[in-house]
Design a protein around this ligand. Structure first.
Ligand SMILES: Cc1ncc(COP(=O)(O)O)c(C=O)c1O
Length: 400
């Protein structure tokens, strides 16, 4: 009898983590790998957050924290939701967890019964489907087509909802496409959801501050207040404040749901590190200028990569509104053979040949549920982006 539980049978290892590992292995052999696979800001954590953690440690703030978050951090989160999203919550409507990922994990464990369906606009972050399966739910992918700018069309959403649907996930700006929803597009999604009062909505707004060209971010509970009581609004400090290693995410929603999520949170973690909470409080309450400054840098990088790659025969690049990813279509290269003799039948073949022959790490579209594409993360320096794009261009040019 296997020691491994059945619930892990369908849960996979994250493909982006697998590619990052492959890049590390090549680097360990002395090979200069350009890594465009990791969804992690290359900026430092704001100094005031680090100083706040240091001060908290010296002040003896090193004991067990409250399960659902410190009062100071919850107050900062309440201010954040008001300031950025015009949403009103009180402290009983907030839970703090170990990263956005744990928020979603806890929420699904707290709410999914076996067979409950979770509608996931796809392409989507690799972890959603696995988390849902882990919790006993059934992920239901709804395609967000390239021709529709990778947005969720109301008619596709409507068609995906069944009497078993428990949740709809939203993630705009999106990982991996960078697509974001305008107010009108979000209102159209909300209109569908008003017709389905038994379905809850989890919105993952982790890329909220990464939008470009004056694009205005919006979130569904604000766009349609009649949905407020069925929306779990998730966010965190990982992407906006470059605090991926601190592990802090949070969510807000109706009290009963939050108390169930908080229950799971307490059982599986016992609250989040006190120093991390002090750092996150300082980041959320501090001057917010760095968000715009960094967004301007990401925009430059996005434009740079788009310029370089749109000249490459065989690639088709959609212009994303936000996040720090580009999701080129490679259908023009499927069926060809790389210079190193690798047949490119799928996007997995493409990214594996690219990393082995030209040492550029990216992630296959298959990991996000839509092929044939690959994901480039431009959360890295211009120098690396320039080198990476040149190598990708050469790799594609050499295909026969
Ligand atoms: C869409 C999305 N949600 C959540 C996360 C995870 O955030 P955290 O690092 O706060 O767990 C990621 C990280 O890649 C992501 O892309």
């Amino acid at each position: 009898m296997s020691v491994i539980a059945d619930r892990l049978k369908n849960v996979s290892i994250s493909a982006s983590a697998a590619m990052t590992q492959r890049a590390r292995e090549l680097a360990a052999k002395g090979i200069k790998v350009v890594s465009l696979s990791s969804g992690e800001p290359d900026f430092p954590t704001p100094a005031r957050a680090i100083e706040a953690a240091h001060a908290a440690a010296l002040a003896g703030d090193t004991k067990y924290p409250p399960m659902d978050g410190t009062p100071a951090l919850k107050a900062a989160i309440i201010r954040k939701f008001k300031r950025d999203n015009n949403l009103d919550y009180d402290a009983s409507q907030i839970v703090v967890s170990g990263g956005g990922k744990q928020v979603i994990f806890n929420a699904m464990l707290a709410t999914c019964n076996p067979g409950d369906e979770v509608v996931i606009p796809t392409p989507s972050w690799v972890s959603y489907a696995d988390i849902v399966k882990f919790a006993g739910g059934v992920p239901v992918a709804v395609p967000c087509h390239e021709q529709a700018g990778f947005k969720l069309r109301p008619e596709d959403l409507e068609a995906a909802i069944t009497p078993r649907t428990k949740w709809l996930f939203l993630n705009f700006p999106n990982n991996p496409t960078g697509a974001a929803c305008s107010r009108a597009e979000m209102a159209a999604i909300a209109e569908v959801m008003l017709r389905h009062p038994n379905v809850w909505i989890m919105t993952d707004d982790i890329y909220e501050h990464l939008v470009y060209d004056d694009f205005q971010f919006c979130t569904i509970a604000e766009v349609e207040p009649r949905l407020y009581d069925r929306v779990l609004t998730m966010n965190g400090v990982s992407k906006a404040y470059a605090m991926t290693g601190w592990r802090l995410g949070f969510c807000a929603g109706p009290k009963d749901l939050i108390s169930a999520v908080s229950n799971v949170n307490g059982q599986n973690g016992g609250g989040i590190a006190t120093l991390t909470q002090a750092a996150a409080t300082a980041a959320l309450d501090g001057p917010q200028d760095l968000l715009k400054e960094r967004a301007a840098i990401y925009k430059e990088r996005r434009d740079f990569v788009l310029d370089r790659l749109s000249e490459v025969e065989g690639l088709r690049c959609h212009r994303p509104e936000g996040a720090f990813y580009i999701y080129p279509n490679i259908s023009g290269l499927i069926g060809k053979t790389s210079k190193g003799g690798r047949k490119i039948d799928t996007d997995v073949d493409f990214v594996m040949a690219l990393v082995d022959e030209h040492h550029v790490a990216t992630v296959q579209g298959a990991a996000y549920g839509m092929s044939p594409f690959f994901r480039i993360s431009y959360a890295t320096s211009m120098e690396k982006l320039g080198e990476g794009c040149a190598r990708i261009a050469q790799f594609c040019k050499d295909m026969r």
